[in-house]
Design a protein around this ligand. Sequence first.
Ligand code: PEP
Length: 251
Amino acid sequence: MSRVPFVCGNWKLNKTIAEAVALANGVAAGAAQAPGVEVGVAPVSTALYPVAQALKSTSVLLGGQNCYHETSGAYTGEISPTFFKDVGCKFVIVGHSERRQLFGETDEGVNVKTRAVLDARLLPIVCVGETLAEREADRTMDVVGGQTRAALAGLTAAEIGSLVVAYEPVWAIGTGRTATTEQAQQVHADIRELLRDLAGDEADKVRIQYGGSVKPANAAALLGQPDIDGALVGGAALKTEDFVAIIKAAV
Ligand code: PEP
């Protein structure tokens, strides 16, 4: 089955409003030259509205980096999928390893957030990935499989078929160390096998992004793998030329 590649920039806690709008304009211009690739950006929440305005008549999708699972109410400091939708978002990243490691996010928490994103009719990007110690102990698929099963618990096959999984080995995020194409493809194929177990043929629809020090120099090789359907990009998404080169590598 052919899946539309999805290349997404996670800007994390970077870029002022002016910088974010400039970067969004550059990304939109690059995306217009990359037919057949879906492109998304996830800015800091304070820049969402101006970036939404900048992207209005472009194909670039806007997304949130994290969300709260309740819709609205007395939850100081939180943003729910409903409010991300209100500002123009189409997707929300959930379970990023920085959320898990720095903010104590659990598998159960990722599951309720995934449910909330789907309930708001937005696209969840569900992040999973093992640490270096887990890989060295040969536990990669135990960990990645466990995170995936937990995140998707209670979802229907059709819901699973509609979402995006991002495989991001923790040891490759922001470290300059990338999984080899073979290492990445192997885990992506194993995740797809697990998805088949959970959702049957719907598994073939799931885009599985790779994330972890993706850059122009390694993007084409990674994106050329049969089960790698896009990229979730951190550092290299902050520079227009680098991110556009990665988008073009997905064509
Ligand atoms: C990420 O944080 O999702 C990521 C992949 O970061 P980087 O590309 O900087 O490794």
